[in-house]
Design a protein around this ligand. Structure first.
Ligand code: UGB
Length: 617
């Protein structure tokens, strides 16, 4: 009461609401008006901000927290009475005729797709200080994740004759750097209004089971502790920003979600869109075979006691106890395929936009929150440190009405669909040693080359290799020829087949092929050994820019000459490679020595690329 004079009408309404919710401790340490008023103002502003950024405001947050904390204390099992089973879904072989038919349908349907990238997380687990979307996908071309994603969307948009929208969810940790990356690269040719950044806010921390908001223990400051709310925020933001409604108004039919560092997403996503179209799915999750106990969620069918069923992601730490308590005393174990029978969720979702917007209007986009306090002891009365509510984007189907069509699409070849960059070198080596995918910058780069090489092989090219390799303590790696191309050159199987006469292509094991020219056509090529960059007449990509700056051993001039000799001009901007044989010193993927100084991007891969010579066309 000694501070009432400081409060505006808006402040007073919020303070009263908080007092009613038992939050008097927030103001208990306030000296009378006139003392520390700036610090008090800061707290009020922070509370107003937290209030504004949660559907239903802080009051709703506290009420939700109280309920979830109570359930957690009482040990309420979120799956009580549910029986898990392996759901039926579409299982696809990458590159099969069926896959390609679905991909064709998906590419056609992409004219009605909006895309959402969740990129609010920092690479703390990875040991990288930058934003993850700025990481190079691979060292051959140097393209970063954001560039790769955007160019895929541009390529699909070019086929559709329409600019396809992309929303990127950022956080305070990633927002400014994501914006700068886009601007510095002139959006890689996209228009600025095609891309919308939506920033997620942190939520208030809770110090006890009564959902008291946790104050920072900082001398002279009145401030609430905050932590991230999780990638599930994306749904609320697409609602409150009006984007989902806008897309629907513009006639878009599907919205596709993906995460920050899976370069292979667009190798599988168009086929998944095709599956959504074929089954008219409200929700379709992309999945891959999953090793038992691997730390990715499992797509599971849950049957409730009343017979209702739901197909949903069950997090890896919940699946094992659920199986033990119900259908399998051995828990989460591999079957005779050497994989868990439950497919792995890779957080790439295709949602039907009309269903999605209807749901957002129903619940404001706040979905299936959970709380995970670390208690000091079995009485579950105190926490080791403050906790907060969290949410995950893949929990969206939990709120869907009965009868909704929820399916999933498994790509049987993990190497073609999922290879994210998540783990530090040490964690990756431990995972690799345990027989699990390492999900590191090393594996992600090598898997990218493998997928591209195998695509060319499946189309009839002769691709030698792979060579054995060891980087960052990961043994038994396979280093395929370093083949990479921009999505503007080929964003689907049909593109690749049309542009590369694969039966006339031979690629030696110790070689690199970088295709940056959207209009390249390869009629016949023998890349015996060494590096070949095909850049065409468009804006240079990173590899060609590097060569042009003379940063590689053989500069652009030599390359340009060689290119003029061997490449005939086709249509506008077209580069036709015919009867070209290449052999040069090439590029070496050299393992880093112990304590060798290097860039962070190299450190997390365990190698650096030594460029001894190349041909540039
Ligand atoms: N992300 C945000 O944008 N905001 C956040 O607050 C948090 C994350 P993680 P996670 O695919 O391997 C998920 O941290 O959450 C973005 C599934 O739960 O890499 O540990 C972040 O930038 C799990 O079931 O993943 O695990 C990134 O783009 C499994 O499928 C994305 O969210 C696992 O992903 C994922 O964040 C997986």
């Amino acid at each position: 009461d000694a501070n009432r004079s400081l409060l505006s009408e808006q402040d007073a309404a919020l303070v009263d609401a908080l007092l009613e919710e038992g939050q008097a401790h927030l103001f208990a340490g306030w000296p009378p008006a006139g003392e520390a008023d700036d610090a008090k103002r800061k707290l009020l502003d922070q509370l107003l901000h937290l209030d504004k950024n949660y559907a239903g405001g802080l009051r709703a947050y506290i009420k939700n927290a109280r309920k979830l904390l109570h359930d957690s204390k009482e040990g309420v099992n979120p799956f009580e009475g549910c029986v898990p089973s392996v759901p039926e879904g579409e299982k696809l072989d990458f590159g099969s005729e069926h896959f390609r038919e679905l991909e064709r349908a998906g590419v056609a349907a992409a004219a009605g797709c909006a895309f959402v990238l969740v990129a609010g997380g920092l690479g703390e687990r990875l040991g990288y200080s930058g934003i993850k979307v700025a990481l190079p996908v691979e060292s051959a071309s140097g393209q970063c994740f954001l560039e790769l994603y955007l160019k895929h969307i541009l390529a699909l948009g070019a086929k559709a004759g329409r600019a396809l929208p992309l929303a990127i969810m950022t956080s305070d940790d990633t927002h400014a750097r994501t914006e700068a990356l886009l601007k510095d690269n002139a959006y890689w040719g996209a228009s600025a209004n095609q891309i919308t950044l939506i920033k997620q806010e942190k939520v208030a921390c809770l110090s006890d089971n009564d959902a008291h908001l946790a104050l920072l223990d900082k001398e002279g400051a009145f401030e609430v502790q905050t932590k991230p709310h999780g990638h599930g925020d994306v749904h609320m933001l697409l609602h409150t920003s009006g984007l989902a409604d806008k897309w629907q108004g513009e006639g878009f039919k599907w919205v596709c979600f993906f995460q920050d560092t899976n370069a292979l997403v667009f190798r599988a996503l168009p086929a998944a869109i095709g599956v959504s179209v074929a089954h008219d799915y409200d929700v379709n999750s992309l999945a891959v075979p999953r090793k038992a106990k691997e730390s990715i969620g499992a797509i599971t069918r849950l049957t409730h006691p009343d017979g209702r069923t739901i197909t949903i992601n069950v997090e890896y730490n919940q699946l094992d106890p659920l199986l033990r308590a119900t259908t399998n005393p051995a828990g989460d174990v591999n079957d005779d395929t050497h994989y868990s029978p439950f497919p792995g969720n890779i957080n790439q979702l295709v949602l039907k936009l009309s269903t999605y917007t209807a749901e957002l209007h129903r619940h404001g986009g706040v979905i299936a929150e959970f709380v995970n306090p670390k208690y000091t002891d079995a009485s579950k009365t105190t926490f080791k440190s403050s906790t907060r509510l969290e949410c995950m984007m893949q929990d969206f189907p939990k709120n869907l009405p009965e009868g909704s069509k929820v399916g999933f699409t498994v790509v049987n070849q993990v190497w073609a669909a999922y290879s994210p960059v998540k783990n530090s070198p040490a964690d990756a080596a431990a995972k690799g040693a345990g027989g699990n995918p390492s999900h590191s910058a090393t594996s992600a780069e090598l898997d990218w080359y493998e997928t591209n090489c195998k695509m060319l092989q499946m189309l009839g090219a002769t691709v030698d290799g792979p060579l054995p390799a060891q980087f960052n303590g990961l043994n038994d790696l396979q280093l395929w020829p370093r083949v990479t191309w921009t999505p503007l050159f080929a964003c689907c199987w049909d593109d690749l087949e049309a542009k590369v006469a694969a039966e006339n292509v031979r690629i030696g094991a110790d070689s690199a092929l970088v295709i940056e020219a959207p209009q390249a056509r390869i009629k016949s090529l023998e890349l015996k050994r060494g590096a070949l960059i095909i850049r065409g007449s468009g804006p240079a990509g990173p590899a060609a820019r590097r060569a042009a700056r003379g940063e590689d051993a053989a500069g652009a001039e030599e390359g340009a000459k060689a290119g003029a000799e061997s490449a005939a001009a086709g249509g506008e901007g077209e580069v036709v490679v015919e009867d070209l044989s290449v052999e040069n010193e090439g590029w070496e993927w050299a393992a880093l020595g112990p304590d060798e100084g290097c860039a962070e991007e190299e450190y997390i891969r365990g190698f650096r690329v030594l460029r001894h010579g190349q041909k540039v066309i």
